[in-house]
Design a protein around this ligand. Structure first.
Ligand SMILES: Cc1cc2nc3c(=O)[nH]c(=O)nc-3n(C[C@H](O)[C@H](O)[C@H](O)COP(=O)(O)OP(=O)(O)OC[C@H]3O[C@@H](n4cnc5c(N)ncnc54)[C@H](O)[C@@H]3O)c2cc1C
Length: 467
């Protein structure tokens, strides 16, 4: 179990001795997160100070860039990765850690776009991404990472038929899933808010920051060189050797991988313009003791909406990690603590008011088609971007496919060619996405209230019938 070494918002009443593998200082780059409080050693990497010639230059030290760098280095090619801040200081080290099959785009829209056969192939790649994460954790003996198995996608309305159709469709795509009835679900998630669920037994949930740091260490063992606080300022992509300028030195490389997510804007504004930045807010509660296991008797991850509200799981034995309340402009995470704790209370009133110990946010990049952008932008220039809220398996796919393309000329990445770079609408696009989010949240809340009122009426009628 992971022991927190610092709990930024509220002191931990029953703090245990700190884990000696944890890094004693400098968690500031990672925000006031549970992950920062429980991270493994993260020795600072140097800034790039001398000119360097390499086979591959990776720009961005999140999971996409780290996976690509690791896989290229594993085969003995020279790689330099430059990260503007610290490794995994952005979305990759701040997310809720659900490693799931599939994509941000649902199976229906995937099939509508590319047809069933290609959707099934893509789904297979998404499963391979999940398997890659699991295998890396195991084969590289990463510590303090894997916290549990399984994912429940839960309905707050009584739509069993729609859920069973989804189970059938996912099964046809080759995904191992089970449909859970309301009774079965409520036996483990003791909430009146929930009806049916789709259970994904093969999903896992992890400590994403420690996983990213483990990947960085593995890449370095394989010979990759990682530079922190080294923003790529410009690229000259002409010619066989691309030139990448950083504040203190230049890189030359045959291949450049752009893996900068929503912060790529200064370097590649046209790429950034294809992403809607969505900031999501996350809290972990203080230790809740045995009442948590009484309310939530499931150790996997749970999502009860297609939107940002709510995704949660148990961490540290008896704490709840809970996320939601997406916005398209980043705000102070403390502003959302009250809303998130109210969501917990509404879902599990038996927990009472669960105060938050840590609160943080992270920003993901959504594409218009909600599929990742994986492919080449020109000879030797590769893009790994747009993973949305489904980035833990898809960054693994992207890193692997791009590494294989560079090393072997493999063209599997072309499976993603139907999902082109589409302008996300600038400021108006962000405003529209925010309004859509509010609208959907409102509509979900109404549907949810109706479903519960109907259930209460049915129960009343049954009681009267019995009397
Ligand atoms: C709160 C939250 C919860 C989430 N939950 C989940 C989840 O449970 N499951 C899931 O699958 N996905 C989840 N996601 C999505 C997932 O975290 C992301 O899709 C994924 O981490 C993106 O990885 P990345 O490598 O593309 O980007 P990032 O992790 O953002 O990394 C990109 C890096 O590039 C660097 N960079 C940018 N420009 C430059 C430059 N010019 N020079 C050098 N460096 C540069 C940035 O500093 C940054 O560190 C969540 C996201 C958030 C924010």
């Amino acid at each position: 179990m992971i022991l927190p070494k610092q709990l930024p918002m509220r002191a931990l009443a029953t703090a245990a001795a700190p884990n000696p593998t944890m890094h004693p200082t400098d968690t500031t780059a990672y925000g006031q997160s549970w992950y920062a409080a429980t991270m493994v050693a993260a020795p600072p990497r140097p800034q790039l100070a001398v000119d360097l010639d390499v086979d591959v230059c990776v720009i961005g030290g999140g999971l996409a860039g780290l996976t690509a760098a690791r896989e290229v280095a594993r085969r003995g090619w020279s790689v330099a990765l430059v990260e503007a801040e610290r490794i995994a200081a952005n979305a990759s080290g701040r997310n809720t850690g659900f490693v799931l099959p599939g994509f941000a785009a649902g199976p229906d829209s995937l099939i509508a776009r590319v047809g069933f056969a290609q959707a099934r192939d893509l789904w297979g790649l998404s499963q391979a991404g999940l398997d890659y994460v699991r295998a890396s954790i195991r084969d590289d003996a990463m510590s303090e990472i894997e916290e549990g198995a399984g994912w429940l996608y839960v309905s707050k309305i009584d739509n069993g038929d729609a859920f069973m159709r989804l189970v059938g469709l996912l099964g046809d795509l080759g995904c191992e899933v089970e449909g859970w009835s309301t009774e079965r679900l409520r036996a483990v998630l003791r909430s009146e808010c929930y009806f049916h669920a789709v259970h994904y037994p093969q999903a896992i949930h992890i400590h994403p920051l420690n996983y990213a740091l483990g990947l960085a260490a593995a890449a370095e063992r394989d010979g990759a060189r990682i530079f922190e606080r080294t923003p790529a300022l410009s690229i000259d992509p002409a010619g066989v050797r691309k030139r990448i300028l950083t504040p203190a030195a230049r890189l030359r490389a045959d291949h450049v991988v752009l893996a900068g997510n929503v912060k790529i804007g200064k370097l590649a504004p046209q790429i950034a313009a294809t992403l809607v930045p969505v900031t999501t807010y996350v809290i972990t509660t203080g230790a809740l003791g045995p009442r948590l296991a009484e309310a939530i008797g499931y150790r996997g991850a749970v999502s009860d909406s297609e939107l940002a509200d709510n995704h949660y799981r148990i961490v540290g034995g008896d704490r709840l990690m809970w996320s939601g309340r997406a916005t398209t402009w980043a705000r102070n995470p403390r502003r959302y603590v009250r809303a998130l704790t109210a969501d917990i209370k509404k879902t599990y009133p038996q927990l009472g008011t669960a105060a938050a110990d840590c609160a943080w946010s992270g920003t993901l990049g959504n594409t218009v088609h909600r599929m990742p952008q994986i492919g080449d932008l020109g000879p030797g220039v590769w893009l790994a971007s747009g993973f949305g809220g489904h980035g833990l398996n898809t960054t693994a796919i992207a890193g692997n496919l791009i590494a294989r393309a560079i090393l072997d000329g493999d063209e599997t990445w072309r499976q993603f060619s139907p999902f082109e770079l589409v302008w996300a609408g600038g400021i108006l696009g962000r405003a529209a996405a925010q309004m859509f989010c509010w609208f959907k949240r409102g509509r979900e809340a109404v549907a949810e209230r109706r479903a519960r009122a109907r259930e209460a009426a049915d129960k009343r009628a049954a009681r009267i019938g019995r009397a």
